[in-house]
Design a protein around this ligand. Structure first.
Ligand code: FE2
Length: 166
């Protein structure tokens, strides 16, 4: 939590960030210091804001994806429905910690539901979310591959890999 808090500036979007993080952590069922915990969320957020800023993505959706996409994991390994559960959870929080318009919420739900499938999406906000998560694969011993990233995301493979294995 401390590591995440320290990495949360500058801020680009206005929402109850600390309330949201507290709520997510209060129900988080796997290790906070594991591969899908807050240090991963912080790196995904940073990658998302970098890539998303360059491609004109909706940075509020991108930041919320970073915090929420792995929030419903039940284990660190195979949990194919965790993204769909995260979408349901995101919907339940909308209007409390953040306020997304229907089309923003729809993009967040598509991004969370499909984030583990290795697909490419033509919507820059959704693809930025997926890029941001995939750019942090070095933490589990996998170097990100350009074929699973947008052209903008692929520019950050080397720097992201170096950060995730540090
Ligand atoms: Fe993730």
């Amino acid at each position: 939590m401390e590591e995440l808090t320290l990495s949360l500036s500058p801020t680009f979007s206005d929402f109850d960030r600390s309330g949201l993080l507290k709520a997510i952590l209060a129900q988080f069922r796997i290790k906070q210091h594991g591969a899908h915990g807050p240090s991963h969320w912080a790196r995904v957020r940073k990658h998302g804001l970098t890539v998303g800023g360059a491609v004109g993505a909706d940075l509020l959706v991108v930041e919320l994806f970073a915090f929420l996409h792995d929030s419903q994991r039940e284990n660190e390994y195979s949990d194919p429905s965790h993204g769909a559960r995260a979408a349901v959870y995101a919907q339940s929080l909308n209007g409390t910690y953040f306020s997304l318009a229907p089309e923003q919420l729809a993009k967040l739900c598509i991004a969370t539901t499909g984030h583990s499938e290795g697909k490419i999406h033509r919507d820059p906000t959704i693809q930025t979310c997926w890029d941001a998560d995939r750019l942090d694969l070095g933490r589990v011993g996998t170097k990100p591959r350009a074929k699973y990233l947008s052209a903008e995301g692929a520019k950050h493979i080397e720097s992201a890999y170096a950060w995730s294995i540090r």
